[in-house]
Design a protein around this ligand. Structure first.
Ligand code: ZN
Length: 159
């Protein structure tokens, strides 16, 4: 067993992907050719999604160019889906990876009634951001995202 495998096992994103594959991650939305889409845990920003690259790689530029372009097409499809469904004032796309060494995007819809809308989402205290949707609303949102995403990206798998 090489050191690369040890690194993967310690990666929080790879752990989530394992749970998604085992169908034990309740906020899974869709499997795309290059990524997994999940609903985020900070639904103060209703529709907040996290898109996880399938490949365990720390930097976006380390992904082969063609594959990176396919991945970016998936980011765009998710963005268009959220814009269409939720009509946000602005979408924020964040590809950070400072805490987990695995390329992923936080995609945050920002709304006009957010008093902190001019700043980054992380300035809002975590306790305020981490709003869980009521179960019915959560399932309704996931279903709506799936429906719109498949329309835009027919290769998306939702079942
Ligand atoms: Zn990983």
């Amino acid at each position: 067993m090489g050191s690369g495998e040890t690194e993967v096992r310690a990666c929080g994103i790879c752990s989530i992907i394992e749970r998604v594959k085992n169908r034990t991650f309740p906020d899974w939305i869709a499997e795309l050719p290059r990524s997994w889409l999940t609903l985020g845990d900070a639904q103060f920003y209703r529709g907040y999604c996290v898109l996880l690259a399938k490949r365990h790689v720390t930097e976006l530029h380390a992904i082969p160019r063609g594959e990176a372009h396919e991945l970016l097409d998936e980011v765009l499809a998710v963005g268009r889906t959220l814009a269409e469904l939720l009509n946000p004032l602005k979408l924020n796309y964040e590809c950070l990876g400072n805490q987990e060494p695995h390329v992923h995007w936080h995609i945050f819809p920002r709304y006009a009634d957010d008093s902190m809308r001019l700043g980054p989402v992380w300035l809002r205290p975590e306790a305020e951001r981490r709003v869980a949707l009521e179960e019915g609303a959560r399932l309704e949102l996931i279903t709506a995202i799936r429906r719109e995403l498949v329309r835009r990206l027919p290769t998306a798998r939702i079942g």
